[in-house]
Write a protein that binds this ligand. Sequence first.
Ligand SMILES: [Zn+2]
Length: 469
Amino acid sequence: MNVSSATNPSGVLIRGGTVIDVDGERVADVRIDQYGKMAAVGNLAPLVNETVHDAVGCFVIPGGIDAHTHLHLPVGSVRVSDDFDTGTRAAAIGGTTTVIDYTTAYRGEDPMAALRTWKSWAEPSVIDYGLHMTFTEAVSERTVAECVEGGVTSIKLYMAYPELLQVDDDTIRKILRHSQKHGALVTLHAENGGAIEQLRRDALAAGRTGVFEHANTRPALLEAEATDRAARMAEDTGAPVYIVHLSSAPALASVRAAQERGVNILVETCPQYLHLDVSALQASGGENFVCTPPLRDPWHHEELWHGLSQGWIHTVATDHCPFWMHDRTAGIGGNERFKDFTDIPGGLPGIETRLALIYDGVRAGHITRADWVRLCAEAPAKIFGMWPDKGHLGVGAHGDVVVWDPTMVQSLDAEALHMRVDHSPYQGRQSVGWPKLVFSRGRLVARNGEFVGEPAAGKFIERCRPLLV
Ligand SMILES: [Zn+2]
């Protein structure tokens, strides 16, 4: 039978799976209507002409939301290898039906012009997408309000990378206040940029130029310091903050201390900080594991899993930022070979493997299935203003649904995946558990590891005021 993915004139019925969402875990059928919205969950008989899919033995969960991606992005003389077409196809295959990508307004640039640029880049998306805004200098209250009016309800600020991206505490504080007033959430890259710059200069001056110095010069304590400072500014202003890509136990301790004081501090981590460690930087090809914050010692993993299970860390996103190996080797400066560790473009591929790598934590007993769904779909929907349209399977929500087969074995080698990149951080590993079917607003977009959707079918999501979870 040729199941059309383009339209579902009479809707979709997904039968017999174990449904997991905010309403708990139960065996039930799930109906998506012809408009791509959730119509019913329960014991449902097929309607005439309805497309019926069997989900017996599978988990039926809300489509994943990856709240931290970098697609199409130019970095120095190179560019990330996935664009919004290839990246979102891979996302869909892995069970993610919405991404939120980071727009950057560089110094001197009109933020609204940057937003138009990113929107034009994002048009080929095959799944729904939102955009965050990154300011790299002080902006007016009006600019923050314009972002919110345009459906961009999260603002990113960097506490690191003084040359290009970092803003000072004065600017952070002002933008926290503007954001609070206009209903935006400030997300922070929390590392002490000034101290790290000094460590980097010292390393280079001492002739320590190897890949491992990337990690050596960005210690966890300087992530913890910035996290604590961010929390204190949240406490002082009363505005919530969201820490992106938290990577270490000391930073988590800063978070815990703030949460116990009653501070609204929301936290994201990424699969690489749960599965990979700094030894990868010492091996040959170590440049392919450069990301920021850097990979840590393996003992941090357990602390972060614990933080996920306890609700201290709220979301898992990918910070997907892939580069071809030859671009890694060439470096940002565009030479034959990167001149030192500061010249390597940083970031890892991951948009396709997020649900699988967090489900691995379910299999290992670190977190529950309910945690998995909350971290990968429900919490990002709430925190980034897409609730109740997305992040659950209740009536009226978008028909973004993943039928997860817990027995399907999927290699995590680069050749077996669909991200446009020639290496995988998880080469040699496999996932037990993978999406059997993925629906975006009721349209089948992926089946058994193959993309079956349509080009450019994704919609820009005008996001609302964030909800604290
Ligand atoms: Zn990032």
